[in-house]
Design a protein around this ligand. Structure first.
Ligand code: HEC
Length: 124
């Protein structure tokens, strides 16, 4: 059974995030087709391992622009309270796939359908 916080987080995710990030976090929400770069697969276990909760919180609070990612990722710091951000991070953690998808030869987590530009990280 999901914890209370996780259930709240899932509600927030469905309400604010799913249109772009998709129901399973794969970056295939109905809005995602016109996003370039597309949101990455949040359910990818390799990606999940690389990112700390603090990094997620930072991206969610300040948006893509704040952390050198695409400005298409909106900032949520005015919409969600710090507690709600913690809750939605729980829901992202819950999206993690159990089994890593086939590891790409020579490197982790390259999503072939999502060419990623390398954006330089500007000052915070
Ligand atoms: C309007 C579309 C849109 C919505 C709505 C949206 N996102 Fe995003 N998000 C994006 C895009 C596009 C990226 C990829 C940015 C990049 O890779 O440059 C992203 C990236 C992210 C990342 C960072 C992934 C990484 O590479 O580190 C996290 C975490 C994230 N979103 C969480 C959320 C959460 C939580 C919500 C809801 C509160 C949300 N997003 C709502 C479009 C959206």
């Amino acid at each position: 059974m999901d914890s209370y916080e996780l259930r709240l987080g899932k509600d927030i995710y469905r309400h604010y995030c799913q249109t772009c990030h998709g129901e399973t976090g794969a970056g295939d929400g109905f809005n995602a087709f016109n996003l370039d770069p597309r949101p990455r697969d949040l359910s990818d276990p390799v990606f999940q391992k690389k990112k700390s909760d603090a990094e997620f919180a930072d991206t969610i609070r300040r948006g893509g622009t704040g952390v050198g990612l695409s400005p298409l990722m909106p900032p949520w710091g005015h919409t969600l309270s710090p507690r709600q951000i913690d809750e939605v991070i729980l829901s992202i953690r819950a999206l993690r796939k159990q089994n890593p998808s086939e590891p790409a030869p020579g490197g982790p987590a390259a999503n072939p359908t999502t060419p990623r530009r390398t954006l330089s990280r500007g000052p915070a």
